[in-house]
Structure formats: C-alpha cells, structure tokens
Write a protein that binds this ligand. Structure first.
Ligand code: NAD
Length: 506
C-alpha cells in the first residue's frame, strides 16, 4: 500500500445541528495542501445564509487568482506521487469515504439542509445519491482495464487511461454535496489532483468533504478547495496548469466558462440550466401522474435542473390536472417543501407568477404569500393553467416550485413545443400506451427522458447529461463518461519480434 501523508488534525469537525433550529457554523475557508487557510489578497466575504431562517450562519472568504495559484501548485506537487498509486489503491480511498459518509448520513444531511434550505428528507436523498457516486468510484478498477489486441503479426496495441494532471470543478448552489460527487470519484480514482470551487452560497459541505477525504487517507494536496466567486472560476479557466474543467450551473455562466476554458485549449464539460417538459396524454394513470408531477415540480422547491417546469396537456386531461392541483395543495411549506435560496430568488419567482396572471393565465394553485419559519424565503406550489408557449413562464427557467400548463390538441404539437425550447435536459411522458411512450422518447430533444417518471435521472452506472443549451462540451458528467472525461487514452503499439531469434529464450 502506498504511504498517505498523515491526515491533518480536524479543524472543523461535526456540524452540530439535529433539527431545523438556526445553527451558526464555521466560516468557509480554503483547503489547500491539507490545511485550512485564508485568501491572500482579497478581503471580501459573502454571507452563507440559511434560507429557512433568512439569517447568516457563516461567512465565506472569497479567494482570488493568487489563491488559485496556491491551490494549483499544491495539487501539482501532490499529483506525481498520487498518480503513481495503483488504481486499486486510489479506489480504496473511495471505499473508506463511502463508509465515512454512511456513518455521517444524518450529520451531512442536516448540513445540506441548513446551508441549502431543502427539507431533511430531500437532503438525505442528496447525500445518498452522493454516496452512490462514490460507489461508482469504488467500481472503477473493475471497469478501467484497457483494451489490448495483436493488430498484426507480432505487433500489439494497448490502450490505457492516463490522468490529466491538476483538474478543476465548479459547482452550483442547489446540490452542495452531490454535484461535487458527480466529478470527484472519477477524477481522483483516475489519478488526477483536484481543485473544487463550490458555490459561494453553499460552501460549507465542502469543509466536511475535505476533512473526510483527508481522514480517509487522501494525501494532502490531492484535493483542494478554493472558496470564491467568478474571480476564482476565471482564474481556473485561465490557469496554464489546469487542463480540464467541469462546471455545473446556469446556462449563461456555463456558456461563458466553456468558451473561456476552450479558448485556452482546455477540455471542458459545462452543464447549464433547463426547462423540462412533461407531456400528459388522456390515458395516463391519474394518481401516479398526479403524485409524480407534483413531486417533480415541488421537490427541492423546484430548484433542480431535472424539475418539471412545463406540463404539456394533450387533449382532454382535466381529470388529471384536477388531481395534480389537489395533490399540490397538500404540500406544506416548511414541512414537505423547503424555502428557495434567496430573497431575490423568491421575488423573481413571484414576478413570473404575477406576469403570467397579468397576461390572462389562471393561477390554479397560488404559492404567493406562503409562509413557514419567519424570515425564510417561501414560495408555495404554484400551477399556472393556460400558458402560451411564448410566455416567459413557459419558456424561461423559473427555478422555483411553479408548473406552467400549456394545452394542445395533439401529441405532435406537444413534442413540437418541447423541441422548440432551447434547453434539452429532461423530458417525460405520462401514458399507459407503449406506442405513445416510444414515439415520444424517439422524438423529444432532451438528453434525459422519462416514461411515467418526472425526474428521469439516469442513476449510476449510467451517465448524467443534457443536450442543447443545457450542456456545453461532449459527453456525460457521471458514470463511465465521467471517467473518460477526466482521463486521456494512451495508445501503446509494441513489436517484440526482435527477440524471436535470441537463443537464451529457448
Ligand atoms: P450559477 O451559474 O449562478 O453559479 C454556478 C457556479 O458558477 C457557482 O460556483 C458560481 O460561483 C459560479 N459563477 C457565477 N457567476 C459566474 C460568472 N459570471 N463567471 C464564472 N463563474 C460564475 O448557478 P447557480 O444559481 O448556483 O445554480 C443554479 C443553476 O444551475 C440553474 O440554472 C440550474 O438549472 C443549474 N444546474 C444545472 C445542472 C445540470 O446538470 N444541468 C445541475 C444543477 C444545477
């Protein structure tokens, strides 16, 4: 077994909350070369606000280009030794991390719930999904064996996966723990050293992640965190020693990051926003559809790139829409539904509802004025019936618990509406007809499609990734594609026929 650098003393430790009561915590600092440290030159901080209470639970100290330099230097120093560990030994860190995360499931879930706002059950689901990503990392040694073939007499070709070096990931606010885990297991088991830039709105999960990885035997410098905002992201895009960047966030920023990284010749995979359409036809199962549609558009307060956003109602489906509305009215803000991320997000979401109502749309279920814990940023489930495809509520990403209903007479028109929107993350159909399901799945312009499933996430070992304006770059972020993204193929062609006549062999 290779020798790991001794884990540093725990500086942050357990997140203490065991309920939703407001819980202040440590300020978020950088984790570089296995130590906590502060920004070198920038002095600004950003409040980490618990959205349920609308109060700052910590500060995050924003880094700059010099902090990126420091982190990249630490990663570059750690990379040669780490990349020489056999893949099976690198994967052992993931096995230990898996056990560590399972043992800390409650703690991590409360941390995610407090910094992001999602309710505990949703936070637990996030941590469990992050663990599933780690499990995929554990399986890589069994999957990553390269190919070998005698391509002509005495000549063999073999392909091996080599790490890229120091790579970087930039993540959004809506999944503080899971989205980093879309990248880390493949990148680390692939032999890279990593610099993570978490969202400045939810930097706290990265503190626990850094400490847990160190406790699990990851050598200092192999994983680093630089806290910050666009300044850090741009420095990572421009840094000459970072050959690859994974990004997850809004389409506007994904497009910018992709262009900037690509302009420096980097490999980049940048996931953006979404506007997911659920197509409901008259033969759909009423109760299954109602439960599933509501879970999709209200889960995580609609702040999921996979959330249902538009329901395209085909033909006479009033009986199903009534069931959806009935179900949505049972969702209790504060209990089943968490707050949205900021006051500005709440106001933006309510602006979409006001705007739709002013243009004649019926607000069948109205989440404006919802309240739970005082001070929090609440919007209740909202259903807007009678939207036109060109309306803002029907074509822009709202990122809140709002479902816009568009009515059309035929399946062809429903598919045309889905395909006219520039995003391509997810799309689902609710039907009991195999023919309708197949025809829809073959024609919708979306990377992740569902039949009677409102959040069609392709779970491990399948790769997660959208199309069109939801993804810039090639391939998927999770699963085997993730391993391919964070590694490069070394092709070795060998000819040993020279030895054929040497007598000492015979
Ligand atoms: P965001 O784009 O505002 O921020 C994402 C990351 O980019 C953060 O780390 C942030 O600090 C950084 N950033 C912000 N502005 C930047 C700039 N101008 N230049 C460089 N970096 C910048 O996104 P968000 O609000 O944190 O997350 C919500 C968005 O993420 C939604 O649009 C959602 O659909 C999307 N998302 C997509 C997926 C997916 O897989 N497609 C998954 C999760 C979230």
């Amino acid at each position: 077994m290779s020798t790991a650098t001794t884990a540093p003393p725990v500086a942050v430790g357990r997140f203490p909350a065991t309920s939703e009561a407001f819980t202040p915590w440590h300020d978020a600092r950088h984790w570089i070369a296995g130590r906590w440290c502060d920004p070198r030159s920038r002095r600004e901080s950003h409040e980490v606000v618990d959205p349920r209470h609308g109060r700052a639970m910590a500060q995050v100290r924003l880094g700059g280009a010099d902090d990126v330099d420091r982190a990249v230097a630490a990663a570059a120093a750690a990379f040669p030794a780490w990349s020489e560990w056999p893949i099976r030994e690198r994967a052992q860190v993931m096995y230990r991390l898996r056990e560590r995360m399972i043992a800390s499931l409650d703690e991590l879930s409360w941390l995610v719930s407090h910094e992001n706002g999602k309710v505990l059950a949703e936070a637990k689901a996030e941590v469990e999904k992050a663990i599933e990503c780690v499990e995929f990392g554990c399986s890589l040694p069994n999957l990553a064996a390269g190919n070998q073939l005698e391509v002509s007499r005495g000549v063999a070709c073999e392909v091996a996966h080599a790490p890229l070096g120091v790579v970087a990931g930039v993540t959004p606010f809506n999944f503080p723990l899971m989205v980093p885990m879309w990248m880390l297991p493949q990148a680390l088991v692939g032999g890279n050293a990593f610099v993570l830039k978490p969202s400045e709105r939810v930097p706290l999960s990265s503190l626990r992640l850094a400490e847990m990885l160190a406790e699990c035997g990851l050598p200092a410098g192999v994983f680093n965190v630089v806290q910050g905002d666009r300044v850090v992201v741009e420095a990572l895009c421009d840094h000459p020693r970072v050959p690859a960047i994974g990004f997850v966030g809004s389409t506007r920023v994904a497009r910018q990051v992709y262009a900037r990284a690509a302009s420096h010749g980097k490999r980049a995979l940048c996931f953006g926003g979404a506007k997911n359409h659920l197509i409901v036809v008259p033969d759909a199962d009423v109760e299954l559809t109602a439960e599933n549609v509501v879970a999709s558009f209200t889960g995580c307060a609609g702040q999921r790139c996979m959330a249902a956003s538009v329901l395209v109602a085909v033909g006479e489906v009033d009986h199903i829409l009534d069931a959806v509305a009935r179900r949505a009215r049972t969702i209790r803000p504060g209990v089943d539904l968490g707050p949205v991320t900021t006051a500005a997000a709440r106001d933006r979401i309510i602006g979409y509802i006001d705007d739709a109502e002013a243009s004649g749309v019926k607000v069948v279920v109205d989440g404006r004025g919802a309240t739970a814990d005082p001070g929090g940023y609440w919007v209740g489930p909202t259903i807007l019936d009678g939207c036109r495809p060109s309306m803002k509520a029907a074509c822009e990403e709202i990122f809140g618990p709002v479902l816009s209903v568009i009515r059309v007479p035929t399946l062809d028109e429903a598919i045309a509406i889905e395909n006219a929107n520039p995003y391509g993350n997810a799309s689902s159909v609710y039907t009991s007809s195999g023919d309708v399901a197949r025809r829809t799945m073959e024609r919708v312009e979306a990377g992740m499609c569902g039949v009677n499933i409102g959040v069609p996430v392709p779970r491990e070992p399948f790769g997660f990734g959208g199309w069109n304006d939801s993804a810039f770059g090639h391939g998927n972020m999770t699963g085997w594609d993730g391993y391919r993204f964070w590694t490069r193929q070394r092709k070795v062609t060998s000819k040993w026929a020279l030895q054929r006549d040497q007598t000492w062999m015979s």
